[in-house]
Each structure stands twice: as C-alpha cells, then as structure tokens.
Design a protein around this ligand. Structure first.
Ligand code: ATP
Length: 237
C-alpha cells in the first residue's frame, strides 16, 4: 500500500530521553477508515502530532505521495490533511456560525459552501438551532460536533479525529460515533485515535494497536473485535 493516501514508515517521536513512538508503520488508503487504539500513553497523540506537522519526528511520513517533512501545518491543511484535536479547539467567544465558517476560509466556492453547510445542518441539527450563540455556551458534545462540522466544511482529503469521546457522557459518545459512522459511509477518509477501543473498532475498517510506542497488533477491525486476546487486553473482557 505504498500508494496509500497516508503512508507512515518507521515513525519515531522522542521527548528528550523519552521514546514515545518507537518506529511504527501504518497506512490509510483513500476512502478507508483506520483507527489507532491503545492505552493511555501508548503514543497515539504523538503519532498524530507528527502526521499533522506539529511534532518533530524520525522516519518517513507521506501524504498523497509526498513527504510532509518541513511542510508547515497550515500547508498540510491546504492539502486536505485536517485534524480535529483532542479538546476540540473551539473559539468560545465566537458564534457557532463563525466557528463553522472558519472551516471554509480557504474556499472561494460560495455555492459549494452553502450546499455543504446544509448537509452539515442535516447531520447536526442542534448546531443549526444555535448558530447565533457563542460556541462557549455549547455542551461538550455539541462542541465536539461543531469541531467535526468545521473540519468537514474544509472538505478534508483525510479527516483525523483525536479522542472524540474524551470527557463525554456515554449517550453523547454514542451520538458522536453515529455521526462518525455516517461520515465514514459517505466516503470521507478517516484516521481515528480513540481510547474506547470497542467503539473505534466498530466504526472502522482497519486498526493498529499501539503498546508503549510500538504496534503490537494490526488488521481488520471486525476481526479484532472477535479476537479473544484483543478482547481480553483492550476491550476489558
Ligand atoms: P493519551 O491517550 O494519554 O493521549 P497517547 O497514546 O496519545 O496517550 P502520547 O500522548 O502520545 O500517548 O504520549 C506517549 C508518551 O510520551 C507518554 O509516556 C507521555 O508521557 C510522553 N509525552 C507525551 N508528550 C510529552 C511531552 N510534551 N513531553 C514529555 N513527554 C511526553
């Protein structure tokens, strides 16, 4: 899969003497939904930060065939590499509408933006009801939806979601994953980092399990859900 949309080889990330990521390989093909799962501190966020140009790394990261080394994050964003960060990155004093439109700031196709906004309102009716409110007044789940909506409005080639379930009540998490499944079915290429391994495996095609900075397992998500060892180690059974 060397022609994958995202191709990561021998990735290492270190903080001083701490080796957080120890030479991992993973790929995401166009249209595919891939997850990185693993315990706290396994190296998931460090890997994502490297892929999005936010973190110095060793090894090779290619997006759409080209190395991302030295390419600043805003250039990667222009190329369609879009991340919804852990903590969401919402501008709390701006309105919901203003936050959403930030996702479209590189676009000049007014009609296309209107169509995409209508689609986003159909996915997230709660956002449409609250367009004029400051985003800081939204609940945690609504802010997560806003962050995903904003990312979708930038027409990502690869949408990266970092811990979308973080800090949310189970019922809200279920709603967020329903949306993630819908987006995936529409053909958006997804890379999902998630501590809730069960949900992550249920929502993706393939998975990599990170353990202390290395890939301990990889394969089809459905197969991993059935794997007794994975179930015991990562699904709490
Ligand atoms: P989490 O779910 O907690 O975000 P993770 O799998 O994303 O976990 P990372 O955040 O990538 O893991 O962290 C991997 C390791 O690197 C951990 O041991 C962590 O303590 C360490 N680490 C992460 N960021 C830094 C930093 N800025 N300075 C020093 N060590 C760090």
């Amino acid at each position: 899969m060397s022609d994958a949309l995202l191709c990561v080889k021998q990735l290492t990330v270190s903080y001083g003497g701490i080796h957080a990521v120890k030479g991992i390989d993973f790929q995401v093909a166009e249209g595919e939904r891939v997850t990185l799962i693993g315990a706290n501190g396994a190296g998931k966020t460090s890997s994502l930060r490297a892929v999005t140009g936010l973190q110095r790394y060793g090894g090779d990261i290619r997006f759409a065939g080209r190395s991302i080394r030295g390419v600043p994050p805003y250039q990667l964003l222009r190329q369609g590499l879009v991340m919804v960060p852990e903590g969401r990155g919402i501008f709390s004093r701006m309105t919901v509408r203003e936050n959403l439109l930030m996702g479209a700031y590189l676009r000049r196709d007014g009609e296309g933006i209107k169509r995409d906004l209508a689609e986003i309102y159909s996915i997230f009716p709660r956002l449409q009801e609250r367009l004029a409110q400051p985003a800081g007044l939204l609940s945690g789940g609504e802010q997560q939806m806003l962050a995903i909506g904003r990312a979708l409005l930038s027409r990502p080639r690869l949408l990266i979601l970092d811990e979308p379930s973080m800090g949310l009540a189970p019922i809200v998490v279920a709603a967020i994953f329903a949306v993630i499944n819908r987006i995936g079915r529409q053909g958006v290429t997804l890379l999902l980092v998630e501590q809730n391994a069960r949900l992550a495996l249920q929502s993706t095609d393939r998975a990599y399990v990170l353990d202390s900075g290395s890939v301990s397992h990889s394969g089809e998500s459905a197969g991993m859900l059935d794997d007794a060892k994975i179930r015991q180690a990562y699904l709490g059974e």
